[in-house]
Design a protein around this ligand. Structure first.
Ligand code: AHR
Length: 633
């Protein structure tokens, strides 16, 4: 009995000690000193950008606004994926493959044979999109299809609510007998329609006959009303990051599993009907609706500069090309560069003008290949040198990026990739501090802290923020950096690579805590780092201090990746006493996160704080990222 009593007290005391220990450990104030009058190094104006490829249904079923899935009737063992047959009432029909199509690129189609149909008893096909179709009130959807028909006559196209069968919008299309033709239609929803994604598209006919269909398309309004354009909600989410460049088209998507499945840019330009589509190494067919010119339109819309990755003769399965055999691939790259930069008197500049963009694009960065350290045959030195020589002659202003260190070809930049845990990034934050500044510059073309799925949790955001302080401190060397992967469709089966910055379904989009950390870091970045130093801080405390000459601000970034608060005393030389703007991103635990149904659980909070240049006492809570904009004197 007495032993029990003592034991209880002992346990209580032990629990209190355990609880207090972290607080006691960090309770002492630490000092952070910043001297804004001492500029240490340049910050690259292009530091933060985007890396992108067709993975996780990033474009198809993601950014690229097409609503119809498998619009080109790609045939698998399971038939035409995403398409089902429709037979209302006593209508009867069959569906099979037709070995003809509207173009050389799309030389097959789906043949629908309607054996019995009448008004009210219609037959045809339905498509349920990429895990549904987002339908909104008072909205016009632009559709089209190619058809070759006999006898079916007037067709009916409808957007249908899956749960009620209600028609949300409909249109008639008069299908003529005869050879392949393109038909366009518009579907307008009324004000009574509610936002939803459990919807499908139906195309039906009320007369017996045959119709072969190809390239069945439906687009909602797009960002800046671009035809064949992007989803406005996703574009707005990306715009908020203020990215300076876009690295495209990959990533593994550039290489393909085989040479045949590489990103062959020539097959991604011009009318959609001339794009054959191709298999992405991430396991699904790419429509190539997001083709070379669409990537560039995306750059224009978000004011990003293109960072073009060219295929360099190596594919993921190990196929590689060397010697004379490389020539056609080098020519591909040169023609691709001409498509971007050539004036309208050049062959590929003329083609670009024909495709709708007479003005050339400015191109400063070309990456040769992707992750060529995986080429077991070790041919990258030779391949890089061959591409580099030819590209330099064609595009003298282009800075060339190698995907690994090479002994030939003199790369201007090396692309380093990091996929890490938070702890690994905490250990890596000084990796670049003492690196030789005389060699090539660094492009951190892919990086991410990988905890959390489908999107990063707060622990990952802390790892990212710590890493970004090191990118900023070393931005004289690291001229560009881009998180990867950028996007994921969160539906089951949508994701091939976990921990992606932004999640979405057909209707909604959300930013992960890591996304918000990037928004904060990218939007509050100066042009010089300044002298700074800390004493007595915990081992998971990180910071960055840059000043913006144009805005006359110190952007102070503080990251406390420990669970315990970090009391700080700050000396901020050269700033004004008074008001500063503080943005705080905080979560109770490292496992806290945002999700498609909880999009705003963790978002930055903005407030005004009073600061003093000397001995300013400021407590940084545990698990917190702060950006403080402080006016300079
Ligand atoms: O970002 C996912 C993949 O990671 C990229 O496609 C590839 O470059 C890297 O291995």
């Amino acid at each position: 009995m007495r032993v029990d009593h003592y034991m209880k007290h002992f346990l209580l005391l032990f629990a209190i000690c355990c609880w207090c220990l972290p607080i006691r450990m960090f309770a002492q104030s630490a000092r952070l000193s910043v001297d804004t009058s001492v500029k240490v190094s340049d910050v690259s104006p292009t530091l933060y950008g985007l890396m992108t490829e067709e993975i996780n249904y990033s474009y198809d079923g993601g950014l690229y606004a097409e609503m119809v899935r498998n619009r080109t009737f790609h045939h698998t063992w399971a038939g035409f994926e995403s398409w089902t047959v429709v037979a209302h009432g006593n209508a009867a029909m069959t569906v099979g493959q037709d070995d003809s199509g509207p173009s050389r690129a799309l030389s097959h189609s789906a043949k629908v044979t309607i054996t019995q149909a009448s008004p009210g008893n219609e037959a045809g096909l339905a498509n349920d999109g990429y895990w549904g179709m987002a339908v909104r009130p008072s909205t016009t959807y632009a559709g089209s299809f190619y058809a070759k028909a006999e006898g079916v006559g007037l067709g009916r196209v409808r957007l249908v609510a899956a749960d009620t069968g209600a028609t949300l919008a409909e249109a008639s299309v008069d299908v003529k007998d005869g050879d392949w033709q393109r038909y366009a239609y518009r579907l307008k929803t009324g004000p009574q329609v509610r936002d939803g994604k459990s919807n499908y598209l139906e195309i039906t006919f009320s007369h017996a006959g045959t119709i072969s269909l190809q390239l069945v398309s439906l687009f909602p309004p797009t960002y800046k009303d671009r035809p064949n354009g992007n989803r406005p909600d996703l574009m707005t989410t990306l715009a908020a990051m203020h990215p300076h460049f876009l690295r495209f088209p990959g990533g593994n998507y550039l290489e393909g599993d085989t040479i045949r499945e590489r990103f062959n840019w020539r097959e991604t330009i011009g009318p959609l009907v001339d794009r054959p589509t191709h298999r992405s190494p991430w396991g699904y067919q790419s429509t190539d609706g997001m083709g070379l010119l669409e990537f560039l339109g995306w750059c224009e819309d978000l004011k990003m500069e293109p960072l073009l990755a060219v295929y360099a003769g190596y594919s993921l399965g190990g196929e590689h090309v060397v010697g004379k055999e490389l020539e056609p691939y080098i020519q591909d790259a040169l023609d691709e560069i001409e498509y971007l930069t050539g004036d309208v008197n050049t062959k590929w500049g003329t083609q670009r003008a024909k495709d709708g963009h007479p003005a050339p694009f400015a191109l400063r960065y070309v990456e040769i290949g992707n992750e060529d350290q995986f080429d077991k045959a070790k041919t990258y030195d030779e391949r890089f040198a061959a591409f580099a020589g030819a590209i330099r002659a064609k595009c003298p202003q282009c800075k060339l990026i190698a995907t690994m260190p090479v002994n030939q070809g003199n790369p201007d930049l090396i692309d380093d990739h990091y996929y890490k845990t938070p702890d690994e990034f905490f250990d890596l934050v000084h990796h670049y501090d003492s690196m030789d500044r005389k060699g090539p510059k660094i492009f951190v073309g892919e990086w991410a802290t990988r905890t959390g799925s489908p999107t990063p949790d707060f622990g990952a955001a802390l790892g990212d923020a710590a890493w970004m302080t090191s990118l900023e401190r070393n931005s004289d060397l690291i001229v560009m950096a881009s998180y990867a992967p950028l996007l994921t469709n969160v539906n089951p089966g949508g994701m091939q690579w976990s921990t992606d910055l932004i999640g979405y379904d057909a209707l909604r989009v959300y930013g992960s805590p890591s996304y918000w950390a990037q928004v904060l870091f990218s939007n509050h970045l100066g042009d010089k780092t300044v002298k700074s130093g800390a004493e007595g801080v915990n081992s998971r405390f990180f910071w960055s201090a840059t000043v913006s000459s144009a805005d006359k601000l110190l952007h102070l970034k503080l990251v406390n990746a420990s669970d315990a608060a970090q009391p700080l005393v700050l000396d901020l030389g050269g700033v004004k006493a008074g008001s500063a703007t503080l943005y705080r991103l905080h979560a109770a635990t490292r496992w806290a996160t945002n999700a498609i149904d909880r999009p705003d659980a963790i978002v930055p909070e903005k407030s005004e704080v009073k600061i003093s240049p000397k001995d300013w006492k400021h407590d940084l809570p545990g698990n917190t990222i702060e950006v403080i904009d402080i006016p300079l004197q």
